[in-house]
Design a binder for this molecule. Structure first.
Ligand code: ZN
Length: 202
């Protein structure tokens, strides 16, 4: 399986990192080795002094598709979840400055937290609230209604470049409030009223 991630999909997050608003979705990949194994803590990698949490709504693809039209995109997923796109912000900044690819900062081992998935019928997909709590305080508070590109548009867009396969996961971008994590932090992800994950940072 592969993980396809969307960057800069929420206007307030673009502002907080002083990024440019893109004309098209920003897309990057994580390998399957990036997935944090269930019930494992997240170990801050030694190569970064500034790892940030980015809580994101996840889509699990349910069948093969390529060149999917937006109006048919809803047929390609049944489940929605929540996860974290851990980002070594200091390394990413170096890569951005040099115009180099981001993978070292975004695709390292453990950088993809994939929480519980739920049937999409449990949610109003285009008006779905989600939060990240750090040590029981809400640090990111998002709603899919603020996405620049909606879920069906994202599926259509990425399928123009990559054949989607059953089990692939799309990270749909983070809202504002990203920040540094520290040893002993507890990160809890909430989607609507469901607790999708709880991660200990080491
Ligand atoms: Zn992200």
């Amino acid at each position: 399986m592969k993980i396809i991630c969307i960057g800069r999909n929420y206007a307030k997050h673009i502002e907080e990192l002083s990024n440019e608003r893109p004309l098209n979705p920003v897309v990057f990949l994580k390998p399957d080795s990036a997935i944090l194994q269930k019930n494992n803590p997240f170990f801050i990698p030694t190569f970064s002094q500034d790892v940030h949490h980015e809580v994101e709504v996840l889509i699990k693809i349910n069948k093969v598709g390529k060149h999917i039209a937006t109006k048919f995109a809803h047929k390609y997923y049944d489940e929605i979840g929540l996860g974290i796109d851990f980002t070594a912000r200091d390394i990413q900044q170096q890569c951005k400055e040099k115009g180099l690819p981001w993978e070292k900062s975004k695709a390292f081992d453990g950088s993809a937290v994939v929480g519980q998935f739920y049937p999409k019928t449990s949610f109003d997909i285009d008006n779905l609230s989600f939060q990240l709590l750090k040590n029981n305080e809400i640090v990111q508070d998002g709603n899919t209604n603020a996405m620049l590109w909606k879920i069906d548009e994202l599926i259509s867009y990425v399928s123009q470049y990559f054949t989607l396969k059953k089990g692939d996961i799309i990270f749909t971008g983070t809202p504002a409030g990203v920040g540094k994590i520290s040893t002993d932090d507890i990160l809890i992800g909430m989607i609507k009223d469901f607790k999708a994950f709880e991660i200990k940072v080491k």
